[in-house]
Ligand binder design. Structure first.
Ligand code: NOJ
Length: 922
């Protein structure tokens, strides 16, 4: 198709797809969801439920507790459901219920319930996550397990009710099946269905078919096979997590709506700014917090899932998955951050990104050709705006065939990449999982049998951007070798060559299928192992970006050892290890700017911190004011990229003109100044799971008023608290000060008035250039203030420390350093500078995993220290390397600047603040 025809096709296509409610099933339209909701209503109304109980004779205690749960049918027949209660690393308790299907045979399909989700989520072999249970007591009524180094945890399984309650410090925190909503739709042949249904309690809606128009051909070979149960969070008011939804951070009560939170990865472009509808990714993790306890639940299931939330004195949740085993982990700790750490011990932490990936990404659909790319690249320099990466969307390819370049537009991509590299810039190109029929890549996939298969085990062929396509089955181990080859770093590779500054965007990986049910793949498709797509749908996107990640590891292996960068649209729990995500196709409207903050925060609280939203809004044209406010918000997204749809007007930072461009430039420069703080926050997250941007309840769990706040957040541990402006024509904002510490105004990095003892809401006047910020007393924030064209060129720049003294005159902070691009940090090539302010002395101490690495930092200095809360300082005495001297002090209203010092980052040093006579400069 020619460019113009393509454009017309796309416009028609997009118009046809603009309204989308009708494309997606709500709970009433989905058999498994309606049946389980109906069941809940019956249980609540009648008090009776299907009897499930543990056969006490079956219980075995070894490393874990195993046994059989019996489900009693109406005619007293019993269904056998083997269960396991086990302890996992990090004091996490796991409860898993399977079904014995050894006698079941269904032609061409794996008859077992899919039980590989846990392995996909865990970051190492499942067996290695298991810790031996040591204190177990079994009686006729219950199994009690005590664990934790101070026996602070206890899990009690009631055998008659199959109810599991988990206690922390003797208080029940989370209970499974205390409301008796456990429902395990066991296997039965269709003709015997009647004998298997509890007539009073169970609905038979869509057990054997799908009445939804687009899904009516679903063969539903196993009939009903959902798993569901209630989880109660005792004494908690708020629950968070289970992305992806365009919704508030604190989850809403859904019981009276048609839309419980749905986890089903779909291509939902032009999604609503407030909705529980499914989106591109899903992470089945919920967390809850109250002043002295935090809890988490990891639901190890990758099938279509709904979660109903009911709020009251406790939060009661009802989890419903279409297929698979019932498998969950309950995590408990004191602070919300301990839940992130415990989760990370199971599913791994965020992969430490290269520094460039935390810089600014300039994207649109599309930069048309090499000249266009290089022109944009040049304009950033003309306007003295830093940026790191330019992106090419789908149309850089020849007829949307991935692993090709459009020959007229990009005749010599390696030349273009080299030109970008002159100023340390990178290129990201898009590679999707659908492969256009009729060229060598798709032909290979088809012939080698490494594509998705349809229900009859033929290569699945449907439509996406290039027209009729096949999909690589990233769950098939044989797909890896081919994908490696396509990504190989070699001069023979005409697509990627030996370029080191090219990175990848895996889009449309839910997978998006234009003519598929609910815009995705057919649920009765088959994957490697003859598993039905239905059971593993939500982890397909993750398996695809992991396929790319593994290929890139090999690409860089012998040469650069660089950390791969991949942006994925579809994701699952565990995706944080290898990819960044963004929130997909939003709109250039104020409400989407607003909702992006809780969306990115939600992702952060469930261990997927490398998250962002399209700055400017994907669809439509933002006003200049909106665009400015979006940049001022976007600089806080851990993943910071502007992107725009092909019908939208150009809107690079210089396009709106003054005063907007100036404000955008200030915002971008602030992001670059804060890169050391972002990088350090990512380092911390990569070791303990703490969110890169974090809601107020992380810092102040003791304050009940912060739990509902989701338009304000902290950047890592830096003490920097931000409330971006997301209202049109804003003249002021209300900022919430969460405790009685001193907070210093820091709007646009200009220190202002300190707020003392003003717990509660503060009104702050704002103009268009303002990004409202405070820095909390007790923090030391590292910055790099020199303007450079890209982050790579900042590598050796000096630091500026902002020391915000607390009420007692103390502060502390961290800075993480490494080569900012390779995996050498894993061999010890990293350093951590710890800063402290105490008793009028500011000091730095450095530790490194490798003295040679420390030596490489020889010429990196702290050149300036701003001290907030020390306005009577008159001098500063420096000590380092056994020598002392004086630095100059510039006094301002409320703060001082210590300048002229060259404090070596890789050594210990101190600066003693003096409060009396004037001093000469060093
Ligand atoms: C869908 C993505 O969400 C969007 O960002 C991209 O521009 C289009 N696909 C075209 O590749």
């Amino acid at each position: 198709m020619q460019g113009f025809q393509l454009l017309v096709f796309c416009c028609i296509w997009l118009q046809a797809w603009a309204a989308k409610d009708y494309l997606f099933k709500n709970c009433d339209q989905l058999g498994f969801c309606s049946r389980n909701r109906h069941y809940r209503h019956q249980v609540e109304a009648s008090g009776s439920h299907i009897p499930y109980f543990v056969d006490p004779q079956s219980i075995k205690v070894e490393d874990k507790v195993t046994g059989t749960i019996l489900k009693k049918l109406e005619l007293n027949e019993l269904i056998w459901l083997p269960f396991e209660l086990s302890l996992l690393k990090g004091d996490n308790i796991r409860f898993k219920i399977d079904e014995d299907r050894s006698d079941v045979q269904v032609k061409g399909v794996n008859p077992k319930r899919y039980d590989e989700t846990a392995q996909a989520i865990f970051d190492g072999p499942e067996e290695q996550k298991i810790e031996s249970l040591e204190k177990v007591e079994v009686t006729k009524e219950k199994v009690t397990v005590v664990y934790g180094n101070q026996d602070q945890y206890k899990a009690v399984l009631d055998l008659n009710q199959v109810a599991l309650t988990v206690y922390y410090n003797d208080e029940a925190q989370v209970s499974f099946n205390s409301k008796q909503l456990l429902n395990f739709e066991h296997y039965r042949p269709q003709k015997e269905n009647e004998k298997h249904v509890h007539s009073q309690l169970e609905l038979t809606f869509d057990m054997w078919k799908d009445s939804f128009e687009d899904a009516k051909h679903d063969t539903r070979k196993f009939g009903p096979e959902s798993v569901a149960a209630d989880l109660v969070f005792n004494g908690f008011e708020h629950v968070y997590g289970i992305p992806e939804h365009a919704d508030s951070l604190s989850l809403k009560d859904t019981t009276e709506t048609q839309w419980p939170y749905r986890l089903y990865n779909v291509d939902i472009f032009e999604y609503y700014a407030e909705s529980r509808m499914p989106m591109y990714g899903s992470i089945p993790i919920m967390i809850a917090s109250k002043p002295d306890v935090s809890v988490g639940v990891l639901w190890l299931n990758s099938a279509d899932t709904y979660v109903d939330v009911r709020k009251g004195k406790d939060v009661t949740t009802h989890w419903i998955s279409e297929a698979g085993v019932l498998d969950l982990v309950i995590l408990i700790g004191e602070k919300p951050a301990s839940i992130n750490n415990n989760l990370g011990l199971l599913s791994g932490f965020v992969g430490l990104p290269q520094l460039f990936a935390l810089g600014y990404h300039q994207c649109r659909w599309n930069y048309n050709d090499e000249d266009d790319v290089l022109d944009i690249n040049k304009k950033f320099d003309e306007h003295e705006i830093p940026y790191d990466t330019i992106w090419l969307d789908v149309d850089y390819t020849d007829k949307r065939q991935y692993f090709t370049w459009e020959p007229d537009a990009f005749p010599d991509p390696i030349r273009m990449l080299r030109k970008l590299d002159h100023t340390g810039r990178n290129l990201v190109i898009l590679i999707d999982p659908h492969l256009k029929l009729g060229y060598e890549v798709s032909e290979y996939v088809d012939k080698a049998g490494i594509g998705h298969k349809d229900a009859l085990n033929n290569t699945y062929k449907h439509h996406c951007w290039p027209g009729e396509s096949v999909w690589i089955d990233s769950l098939n181990p044989s797909a890896q070798g081919y994908w490696d080859k396509l990504h190989e770093m070699s001069t023979e590779n005409k697509v990627l060559g030996e370029a080191e500054n090219i990175h990848f965007w895996n889009d449309m990986s839910e997978p998006s299928v234009f003519d598929g049910p609910e815009t995705s793949a057919h649920k009765d498709n088959l994957h490697y192992g003859n598993w039905e797509h239905r059971s593993l749908h939500n982890l397909v996107g993750k398996s695809f970006h992991e396929l790319t990640y593994n290929a890139l590891l090999k690409r860089y292996e012998d040469k650069t050892r660089q950390r791969p960068f991949i942006l994925t649209r579809s994701y699952f729990a565990g995706s944080q290890r290898t990819a960044a995500m963004w929130t997909g196709d939003n709109m250039a409207k104020w409400e989407y700017l607003k909702t992006s903050i809780p969306m990115v925060l939600t992702s952060n609280v469930v261990n997927m911190p490398f998250a962002g939203a399209d700055v400017g809004g994907f669809f439509g044209d933002p006003s200049k004011e909106l665009l400015t406010r979006w940049y001022q918000t976007g600089i806080w997204y851990p993943f910071f990229r502007a992107h725009a749809h092909l019908d939208s007007r150009r809107r690079e930072p210089w396009v709106p003109g003054e005063p907007f461009t100036g404000h955008i430039k200030d915002a971008l420069r602030l992001r670059y100044a804060l890169l050391p703080a972002f990088y350090t926050a990512f380092y911390e997250s990569s070791t303990n799971g703490s969110p890169v941007i974090r809601p107020l309840f992380y810092a102040n769990p003791e304050n009940p008023d912060v739990y509902g706040i989701d338009d304000q957040f902290f950047l890592g541990n830096t003490g920097l608290m931000v409330k971006p402006v997301t209202e049109q024509n804003a003249r002021s904002v209300q900022i919430y000060i969460p405790d009685n510490e001193v907070y210093y105004e820091y709007t646009n990095s200009v220190p202002g008035k300190a707020i003392k003892d003003s717990l509660g809401s503060v009104k702050k006047a704002v103009s268009l250039g303002d990004i409202p910020m405070y820095i909390k007393g007790g923090s030391i924030l590292p910055r790099k203030d020199r303007y450079r064209r890209s982050s790579k060129l900042m590598h050796n720049d000096p630091y500026h420390l902002v020391v915000a003294l607390d009420k007692d005159g103390n502060a502390e902070g961290l800075l993480y350093l490494d080569d900012e691009e390779s995996f050498r940090y894993r061999d010890g090539d990293f350093g951590i500078a710890a800063f402290e302010a105490k008793e009028d002395t500011i000091s730095g101490n450095f530790v490194s995993g490798n003295p040679e690495f420390a030596d490489q930092l020889e010429h990196i200095f702290v050149e300036k220290i701003t001290v907030l809360g020390a306005d009577d300082v008159t001098g500063a005495e420096i000590s380092q390397d056994g020598k002392t001297g004086l630095a100059s002090v510039k006094k301002h209203d409320g703060y001082v600047e210590i300048v002229g010092a060259k404090l070596r980052i890789n050594k210990s040093w101190s600066v003693k603040l003096q409060h009396s006579s004037a001093h000469d400069e060093l």
